[in-house]
Design a protein around this ligand. Structure first.
Ligand SMILES: Nc1ncnc2c1ncn2[C@@H]1O[C@H](COP(=O)(O)OP(=O)(O)O)[C@@H](O)[C@H]1O
Ligand SMILES: [Mg+2]
Length: 272
């Protein structure tokens, strides 16, 4: 071997070693990245399922709370008789507080992924009426449903639309309470207007002054001492998200109607 060849061999050996070292580092880097990725993937699917579980649990807690509330309201007159009504009042306040926290939590824990499917709006308003039947009769409020004979369907995440209706029913109850009316009335109606399905919720509550209507969808706008002012803005965001809109008609001292307009499902339009 000549000196020249020997030097060339040495240079090649050095380069080979350098590449070996680089390869080792790259392999280590790759393993580290893979580990990080696996951990993140695991964490995000864990968070997603925990979020769903928490929302489910919150939902399940609300139902027994409503029953307990109803019973406490029923025994309250007997507690008044023995001058212990504060037991009922404190319990009711606490239930209200728990409900409020759950309600806000449910909205925050709302699944990010939309689960859209075809929903019959007639079925939905009947379900809502059933849900509020107990509370309404306790408060002397009648709930009426007027379903459209066309049976309109929309493509939506039912869970999110229910959250909108729950918010609006809650507002209707509160408006009737504020009006101190003897006979409160809530009417939920469905109809078709052009390519839209309209769900309207009417109450004969306190009504809204015309100059206030424009502020209703401003976050934190509330006229209630214990209000959050978040209900309607959440409703608006959800409805806009599904390509719809909300209209309001109200007369002070007479009542209010909220109109939720949503695009009719294509399938329905084709068969109409
Ligand atoms: N059905 C209704 N009748 C009268 N006023 C209403 C009705 N719905 C909403 N409002 C008014 O809109 C405001 C904002 O409503 P919302 O965003 O649900 O917040 P909150 O109910 O916490 O006040 C209420 O404080 C009330 O003044
Ligand atoms: Mg509200």
């Amino acid at each position: 071997m000549t000196t020249n060849q020997f030097e060339q061999l040495n240079r090649m050996r050095r380069r080979l070693n350098l590449y070996k070292q680089k390869l080792k580092e790259s392999r280590e880097e790759y393993a580290k990245l893979q580990k990080e990725y696996d951990q993140l993937a695991l964490q995000s699917s864990y968070l997603e399922s925990v979020g769903k579980l928490a929302a489910g649990i919150a939902h399940e807690i609300r139902n027994p709370l409503t029953t307990i509330k109803g019973f406490i309201q029923l025994v309250r007159p007997y507690l008044i008789d023995i001058q212990k009504e504060e037991y009922a009042d404190i319990s009711l306040d606490e239930i209200e507080r728990a409900n409020k926290i759950l309600f806000q939590f449910l909205n925050a824990a709302k699944p990010q992924k939309k689960e859209t499917r075809i929903v019959s709006v007639n079925k939905l308003i009947e379900e809502m009426a059933l849900l509020y039947e107990g509370e309404a009769s306790l408060q002397g409020i009648s709930i009426k449903t007027v379903p459209s004979s066309d049976n309109p369907s929309i493509l939506i995440d039912e869970y999110q639309l229910k959250a909108v209706l729950v918010n609006m029913m809650k507002n209707a109850f509160e408006a009737i309470r504020a009006s101190e009316r003897i006979q409160g009335r809530i009417c939920m109606r469905t109809e078709i207007r052009g390519a839209h399905s309209v769900i309207s919720i009417h109450d004969n509550g306190c009504g809204i002054p015309q100059e206030t209507i424009a502020s209703l969808f401003t976050p934190f706008f509330t006229t209630k001492t214990t209000g959050t002012g978040l209900g309607l803005i959440i409703c608006k965001n959800i409805i806009h998200d599904f390509g719809g809109d909300i209209q309001i008609r109200s007369r002070l001292g007479e009542g209010t109607t909220f109109y939720i307009e949503l695009p009719l499902a294509n399938e329905y339009i084709m068969h109409a």
